[in-house]
Design a protein around this ligand. Structure first.
Ligand code: 4AD
Ligand code: MG
Length: 462
């Protein structure tokens, strides 16, 4: 069975084809009915023309072809007389594979994204959500293509872990202990995790980085691409509790090399989507965010701006009055600051480096000034941060000292410290939030709408 995409790419010469799909709309004329059929293989519908005089499609069958019904249609593919499509199928037979009814929630009218989120199990049958799904798939392929072409090995880092990579305490605990029983007992000495499934406290990973580092210190260039979890109470359009992250880790590489790879990587994905997802991108460009294609093209062409955190604060200080959070040296950059830098000052992506060590994770390489670390975040207009990365602290003594300052127990990270004990090398890496890049590319406004089933604070439906 050919997909509608394959059928629509044939030249229509009256050949007999069979098409399957779901009815988007049906228009009944006096002698002719038009059915718009879609199977999700591409944005376009196939127009099915039914001649009511034609005995092989009964009025009874036609009456069952309402919005949402699934059909198998056989007929002749001919050039279309009406505008809007090249080819249409003149139906000889229609088999209703699955009936629908008037209660099907996606009747022909505009539905808000908020309403569609409530029917996330059906929203992929709309143009917008099907286009997002296709772009997401193409981007996943592009991610693997970029790394495989550049000598990186794909490593599957664990989902369940005993380490808090970011040290932010935002982990979801994984346990088989019976919480009800524990709640009823008075536990003077706390919970005995030796009785738990893993024999110690375990959680869902916030980042595969630490494990990726161990493989980078063996295979030189690796990446992970998988789900990560954060129990942060951030109810924004950019935060998910379960999101997908791409994390390359590169041995024999300093922060400069890391930035080069990150920039080349983003540009590769943008280019790939512009070249391979033309129909869907035109849809986003006209219906979701005007001009997004041209914006992405320009991003691909121009080098990313690079500034230090200290320079960023200087830029922000000039507009200090316009911010809710005053930008002072040492503060974490807020989204309003990131938007100001990318939208007002530089009008494009910006790489900010050398952040204060207090606001960054323990593993980052310390600069000689004693105050900053070799961190880099990539910020983009509309969204702020899409990449966070750094050169890693390769010096055993400095890393242990920093861990002590932060109250991290050496014994919990002994395997990680082994990388610095045996053949330590300069190495770097970063993490890209996959859904944030999808938002950037599609122009979609809310991160809940670029993942099939979003998990956010107080929401794990479907
Ligand atoms: O800046 P983050 O926390 O960095 C790390 O986790 C590093 N261990 C990565 C590394 O160096 N290997 O997260 C990286 C990116 C962010 O820039 C953002 O794009 C995304 O992950 N991200 C989220 N995306 C959606 N929802 C959330 N709650 C996110 N938190 C981070
Ligand atoms: Mg970050």
């Amino acid at each position: 069975m050919d997909s509608l995409k394959a059928i629509l790419s044939q030249s229509p010469e009256g050949q007999t084809v069979t098409a399957c799909g779901w009815v988007r709309t049906k228009r009944d004329g006096k002698n002719i009915s038009f059915i718009a059929l879609n199977d999700g293989s591409c944005l376009s519908n196939l127009q099915v023309v039914v001649d009511k005089e034609n005995d092989s499609v009964s009025n009874e069958t036609l009456a069952r072809c309402g919005t949402g019904a699934s059909l198998q249609v056989t007929g002749k593919l001919v050039a279309s007389e009406g505008g809007g499509q090249n080819a249409e199928i003149h139906a000889d037979t229609i088999t209703v594979l699955g009936d629908t009814s008037e209660t099907f929630p996606l009747q022909k009218k505009h539905h808000s994204v908020e309403f569609l989120r409530e029917i996330a199990h059906l929203r992929a049958r709309t143009n917008t959500f099907a286009a997002v799904a296709r772009i997401r798939s193409a981007m996943s392929y592009a991610v693997h293509t970029f790394f495989q072409q550049n000598g990186f090995f794909y490593v599957h880092t664990p989902i369940i872990t005993a380490n808090d990579c970011e040290g932010a305490g935002q982990m979801f605990q994984v346990t088989t202990l019976d919480l009800d029983t524990i709640a009823r007992k008075e536990l003077k000495d706390g919970i005995d995790y030796t009785q738990d499934f893993f024999g110690k406290k375990a959680s869902l990973t916030v980042s595969g980085q630490l494990s990726a580092e161990t493989y980078a210190c063996a295979l030189s260039r690796v990446y992970t691409f998988g789900p990560t979890f954060r129990a942060e109470n951030s109810n924004t359009t950019r935060h998910l509790a379960e999101f997908w992250m791409i994390e390359p880790e590169i041995a024999f590489c300093t922060l400069e090399g890391n930035m080069e790879i990150a920039e080349a990587f983003i540009k590769f994905i943008l280019k790939y989507v512009l070249e391979n997802c033309k129909e869907d991108m035109e849809f986003f460009d006209t219906r979701i965010q005007k001009g997004v294609i041209e914006t992405l093209r320009q991003v691909v062409e121009k080098p990313f701006v690079r500034i230090t955190y200290t320079e960023a604060i200087e830029h922000l200080a000039k507009a200090a009055d316009s911010f809710e959070f005053k930008p002072v040296w040492g503060c974490d950059l807020q989204t309003e600051h990131e938007k100001y830098l990318t939208e007002t000052v530089f009008n494009g992506p910006v790489i900010v480096t050398d952040y204060p060590k207090e606001i960054k994770a323990f593993y980052m390489k310390q600069n000689d000034d004693g105050k900053t670390v070799r961190a880099m975040d990539i910020l983009v207009p509309r969204l702020g941060e899409i990449i966070g990365g750094s050169e890693r602290e390769a010096d055993y003594g400095k890393l242990v000292a920093r861990m002590k300052e932060l109250g991290l127990k050496e014994e919990d990270y002994s395997w990680y410290l082994d990388l610095r004990r045996f053949g330590t090398v300069p190495h770097s890496g970063f993490g890209l939030g996959f859904e944030r890049l999808i938002l950037y590319i599609t122009g979609m406004a809310n991160i809940r709408d670029v993942i099939p089933y979003p998990r956010t604070v107080k929401n794990a439906e479907f």
